[in-house]
Design a protein around this ligand. Structure first.
Ligand SMILES: [Zn+2]
Length: 471
């Protein structure tokens, strides 16, 4: 099924041509607000091909003209941890802690790759409409249809046009082994797929789908130390080194995982991941709630990135990650929505808001509290850094890829005219994204997704689900 191209760009856009009357490709955004060190400047920004070609007070226009007046231009954010297929379960699982929640979650596996394709599209659309231009999808894969699952998500992301880091969720140990035993000897069923079979599947996925120049990246992403052997982690290291892939995993989301790591390794999970050399500048770690001060130092020295998922941590009662300590130790931190079964939305601005103000209750020294401008930098450049992309995306700089979002400051939720970034982060922006570009391709125009038919997506999600009124 194809989601046909829908909304066409409208009135405010003029197409320019060169002296021979040939249309020019690209965009010139005129007179938009951008942030400087402490305030704002008004500038023209020129996009040529997939890059930012110029930023200046005034530019001779090239390509389509976009009226940037009363609009704020920011680098796109990164939704740095999610599980797209959980979209089918949002609003469904009762308020349970992680381990009980997982048991409910595993009751449902997407029935066919078409569902995976649709939930990837839904995740991408909601991420884009809340300021994200990149998504990291720790993708649940259907047993026996692993490559088809990955292919379905990749197809969805390509159609929407979001930059997508597709991180198949791999493990080689069974769910019961992820719980601490309190010292009792246990024997577990072997997992359905061995480490070597899993790595072979990943080799195939890399060969078929890893296309950095087209905005699709495969990531080596073991589920977490609680469900993976060292053999699997080491195989992931090897493939990541060989193909230049990012690494991603869940890390110490719950207290049970902290206890399990100590039983399993005789040290903390972070010490173990350091020892087996999984940590590094292209490694991002979801959650990081239960780390001690020495662990935090290890994340700093290895230049690993913490992905803060505040809404899922709150919903599952996992705890409050010590984000201010990470920042004080020099650890790079960015934000994720986490899957829609543990947050129930993919609103990245909501995750950024809660993720930055949550810590005001854990540390009363307000001088270390996260400011709206710091939150924006964490969500953009911080996200890019965790993916080894800080030279390519994450800030407004000539030569970088044009992954940009233009916010309409006349939107009711961003009025009255106070501080644009303050209100964007601390307010509750509704329909505030006017335009977005990913690699120079305009994927939102006048508030509407340009690449896929969102009404059709709504119809599909409606038709393929049922109200569940008697749980
Ligand atoms: Zn997760």
């Amino acid at each position: 099924m194809m989601l046909a191209s829908a909304a066409k760009t409208r009135a405010t856009i003029l197409l320019c041509s060169d002296s021979e009357g040939k249309p020019l490709t690209g965009y010139t955004i005129r007179q938009a607000w951008i942030a400087n060190e402490t305030g704002y400047d008004t500038v023209d920004v020129q996009i040529e091909g997939d890059r930012i070609a110029n930023i200046a007070t005034q530019i001779d226009p090239v390509g389509m003209l976009i009226d940037g007046r009363d609009k704020l231009l920011l680098p796109g954010f990164v939704n740095a941890h999610t599980h797209s297929s959980e979209l089918w379960q949002r609003g469904m699982i009762p308020p349970y802690p992680l381990e009980l929640w997982l048991a409910e979650l595993y009751d449902f596996v997407p029935a066919d790759p078409e569902q995976v394709y649709l939930s990837a599209i839904g995740t991408a659309v909601e991420t884009l409409l809340s300021g994200g231009t990149t998504v990291v999808d720790h993708l649940t894969i259907m047993p026996g249809q692993e490559i088809e699952t990955i292919g379905a998500a990749v197809k969805g992301y390509r159609e929407v046009g979001i930059r997508a880091f597709v991180a198949p969720l791999i493990q080689d140990q069974s769910l019961p082994s992820s719980l601490p035993t309190g010292g009792k000897a246990q024997v577990y069923e072997p997992y359905a797929r061995t480490a070597q079979e899993t790595l072979e599947m990943m080799r195939e996925a890399i060969a078929q789908f890893h296309r950095p120049n087209e905005g699709i990246y495969i990531v080596m992403a073991p589920t977490g130390p609680q469900l993976c052997s060292d053999e699997l982690f080491l195989g992931c290291n090897e493939l990541s080194d060989r193909h230049g892939l990012c690494r991603h995993t869940h890390l110490l989301e719950s207290k049970a995982q902290k206890l399990l790591a100590e039983e399993k390794y005789g040290c903390t999970a972070v010490e173990h991941l350091k020892r087996i050399e999984f940590l590094g500048p292209r490694t991002s770690l979801a959650h990081c709630v239960w780390l001690n001060d020495h662990d935090i130092q290890l994340l700093a020295t290895t230049q690993s990135t913490v992905v803060h998922n505040p809404l899922s941590n709150l919903r599952l009662g996992s705890g409050i990650a010590p984000i201010l300590k990470y920042r004080q130790a020099g650890v790079n931190v960015t934000f994720g929505c986490d899957g829609s079964a543990s947050n129930d939305s993919q609103d990245l601005l909501e995750a950024i808001k809660i993720g930055s103000i949550l810590h005001n209750v854990t540390d009363f020294d307000y001088r270390s509290w996260i400011t709206p401008r710091q939150a924006v930098t964490m969500a953009s450049l911080g996200g890019a850094t965790g993916l080894g992309m800080q030279d390519q995306i994450g800030s407004l700089e000539v030569g970088k890829l044009a992954d940009l979002v233009l916010y309409d400051l006349t939107s009711l939720s961003l009025l009255p005219r106070t501080d644009p970034i303050g209100l964007l982060v601390l307010g509750r922006p509704v329909q505030a994204v006017h335009s977005a570009w990913v690699g120079g391709r305009r994927v939102i125009a006048e508030g509407s997704i340009t690449t896929v038919d969102v009404n059709h997506l709504r119809q599909e999600l409606f038709a393929r689900s049922q109200w569940d009124l008697n749980r």
